[in-house]
Design a protein around this ligand. Structure first.
Ligand SMILES: NC(=O)c1ccc[n+]([C@@H]2O[C@H](COP(=O)([O-])OP(=O)(O)OC[C@H]3O[C@@H](n4cnc5c(N)ncnc54)[C@H](O)[C@@H]3O)[C@@H](O)[C@H]2O)c1
Length: 348
């Protein structure tokens, strides 16, 4: 088999604007187990959108965009259903930026000769194939973007630069459903707290090798400080967490860091997590939101765990929220602008 025999059929992204899951969610609400939990999570998210004071923080972990969930997030940003994103690097760089610069993910299978895939430079994520040579171009793109920059950046600031690079260099970027680009245009901050653990890390390695004395730093302390400033400015917040990992903890901890600065911060008022992780190993990813209440991070009255794989649970919840149209009355939060005083003046 040749490479092109494996990389034929592309992954298509789920479109929440096409399929309306309100009827499904209503029926689920009268069932049991995870059906009722996803129904409760959907109506809790609806409440978050109705609450005019609440800023929605979307946390993303797992191989979500390569699996067809990129347009779900894109449409949520475009329709003012998300105010802040906290994500892993893989989702933002290896998957979103990768597709924004013209590449695709392919329908594959786990029942395959992986040695042969390796020889053909094909990477596998369970049943999805990726062209490793194209991923290398994504790494190089990160190096190219950083070559234009100097100084200390938070991941949020760096992603504004990536958005601006995409606007300048990809002529039809508006048609590519890129979350980075959509956030850039809608002033939605994206935080990637473990940025180096992705193809952006390979880009940074190449940069360090090529220009050992270059003045460019991604500062994770600045990241956390900026997210804390958003939490303080927002006051009321709700978390929608898909998967767990670093994004879940980073977003939850903004309550504690804001409290350290102000001495009087509110817990996240709403919290939803869709995950397959288990609480019994004591790790953060599977820890329940009820448990997070003991740490003072999440209010216990409006939390919902859903134990479900994200490619199923997330489109159901997001389509329900899109079709209830509560987002139409929301005021845009534009949190990126608090770091840009000139734009902030225009918005007020
Ligand atoms: N996933 C990739 O293909 C990939 C590629 C390159 C780098 N990385 C890096 O590896 C690190 C962590 O990897 P990760 O983001 O894959 O997450 P992870 O392995 O840290 O997963 C975090 C939690 O989310 C849950 N989860 C993940 N996918 C889920 C799904 N589809 N449905 C429900 N729950 C789900 C997991 O059970 C786990 O508890 C990140 O820094 C990332 O940038 C990942």
């Amino acid at each position: 088999m040749k490479k092109r025999d494996y990389l034929k059929d592309t992954i298509d992204h789920f479109d929440i604007t096409k399929d309306d899951t309100r009827g499904l969610v209503k029926q689920f609400s009268k069932m049991a187990f995870q059906a009722r939990n996803i129904a409760r999570a959907s109506t809790t998210f609806e409440k978050m959108l109705e609450d005019k004071d609440c800023s929605v923080v979307l946390c993303l972990a797992g191989s979500l965009f390569s699996a067809g969930l990129k347009k779900v997030v894109h449409d949520m940003v475009q329709n003012n259903m998300v105010d802040v994103i906290v994500s892993t690097g893989a989702i933002i760089f290896d998957q979103d930026m990768f597709e924004a610069i013209g590449f695709k993910h392919y329908i594959g299978t786990p029942y395959v000769n992986d040695k042969e895939l390796c020889e053909l430079h094909i990477d596998r994520i369970y049943d999805t194939f990726i062209d490793e040579d194209e991923l290398r171009i994504a790494d190089e793109t990160v190096t190219k973007i950083i070559e234009r920059l100097n100084g200390t950046y938070s991941s949020r600031e760096f992603l504004v630069e990536v958005g601006s690079y995409l606007e300048e260099n990809i002529s039809d970027i508006k048609n590519r459903n890129s979350v980075i680009y959509s956030c850039y245009k809608n002033n939605v901050p994206i935080f990637v707290p473990a940025l180096s653990d992705s193809c952006a890390g390979f880009g940074l390695v190449m940069l360090k090798e090529k220009y050992p004395d270059k003045d460019f730093v991604i500062d994770s302390g600045k990241d956390f400080h900026e997210l804390t400033k958003v939490k303080i400015a927002a006051g009321e917040t709700g978390l929608l967490m898909i998967g767990g990992g670093v994004p879940k903890n980073f977003a939850q901890d903004s309550v504690v860091s804001a409290d350290i600065i102000t001495g009087q911060t509110k817990m996240h008022k709403y919290a939803i997590q869709i995950t397959v992780a288990d609480e019994r190993d004591g790790a953060l990813s599977g820890s329940t939101l009820k448990e997070a209440n003991s740490w003072g991070k999440v209010d216990s009255s409006q939390e919902q765990m859903v134990f479900c794989e994200a490619t199923i649970g997330f489109p159901i919840l997001a389509s329900y929220a899109y079709h209830t149209r509560k987002w139409e009355k929301r005021k845009k939060k534009n949190w990126n602008n608090i770091f840009n005083p000139e734009k902030e003046k225009v918005n007020n």
